[in-house]
Write a protein that binds this ligand. Sequence first.
Ligand SMILES: NC(=O)c1ccc[n+]([C@@H]2O[C@H](COP(=O)([O-])OP(=O)(O)OC[C@H]3O[C@@H](n4cnc5c(N)ncnc54)[C@H](OP(=O)(O)O)[C@@H]3O)[C@@H](O)[C@H]2O)c1
Length: 367
Amino acid sequence: MGNIDTFAFIIHPLDPKADVARKYPRLARLLPVTAIHFLSRYWPPLLLSRIAGVRSAATGREVEGWLLACPITARRMLQLPPRVALRKIIQTGRLAERLGARILGLGAYTSVIGDGGLTVARALDIPVTTGDSYTVATTVRTLLEIGRQVGTVPERAVTAVVGATGAIGSACARLLAPRVGEMILVGRRKAGIAQVRQQVEALAAGRVRATTDVAMVREADLIVSATSAGQPIIHSDHLKPGAVVCDVARPRDVSPQVVRERDDVLIVDGGLVKVPGGVDFGFDYGLPPGITYGCMAETMALALEGRFEDYTIGKNLEIERIQEIERIAGRHGFRPADPRSFDRPLPQKHIQRVRRIAAQKAGPGPA
Ligand SMILES: NC(=O)c1ccc[n+]([C@@H]2O[C@H](COP(=O)([O-])OP(=O)(O)OC[C@H]3O[C@@H](n4cnc5c(N)ncnc54)[C@H](OP(=O)(O)O)[C@@H]3O)[C@@H](O)[C@H]2O)c1
């Protein structure tokens, strides 16, 4: 690729049938899902495509990259001993090195497994980022913006974070706490969630509650969901009228039934970013042209900035880094994507309809 700066990004199948079909349509048709999960462990790392045309709006420079697959399915990654999944992720990272990438981004569960990229970064010669800092920045921005569009004033909003002990969840909670009325932190483990509550309380404008009961999100106007549950944990009866959920988790945390059963709530796909220039991903991984995940966008923005260093690594994200990458990415022309819900555009007229229905259900408010 001459003297052009380069990056690589690792993805892996989330939906065993649909995602494997993107690379192997016949195999995906023939194999039962159980066989795909099983075989995925033994499949070698793959080069999926070359990514071209990522151009900085500030400098006009371009970077190019490679999209790689660590072919273990999401469910299998959770089942396997972390060292087995990590070995395959590192092998995929070595492929990035051989191709000449100058920085490597870890998509979806390749940063969830283990220690948030620390082991992978230690094993490789090129720098690594999970991309989680920019994912957090865009998620918080999207949540507050769509919230405003349905009439929620952030300073008065009850705001819940599901998966608040996680890397993305805890950072979202710390970023939101000074800006919203009240926080509800939802985790699986009492001790873990109590610890995060202490950190969040130190930054919060209002009351902070911690719970292991996901049903408590019923009190929330704004919700970020960022667990690695691997299956839906938020259902229709968990949401109040007018609630906005930014679902960052992949596989998603919100049940697709919610869209069919509730016309008074908004479920927004979290962490989506519009890439500057005329990007060509060379591979259909399920997003519309020009749009990618925050974690890949962070990797691209670091390459455009020439910051070839381990950037977001480990599970304890730093607020300063989140703010810095938002500035870097913004300068190069990355923007939160137009809102989408379950992979479909979320038009303004739909947002306004939800606003009207929710207001009718809430009845007349205080004078
Ligand atoms: N959209 C994007 O651009 C993007 C980018 C990166 C990551 N992601 C997705 O974001 C999610 C979180 O990533 P992360 O790096 O923050 O992961 P993480 O640090 O491992 O955190 C995961 C969190 O989920 C909780 N959890 C796991 N299983 C659960 C269950 N069954 N019920 C309730 N909570 C559960 C964990 O609780 P414990 O603390 O008790 O284990 C933890 O708080 C993943 O789904 C990942 O794929 C999306």
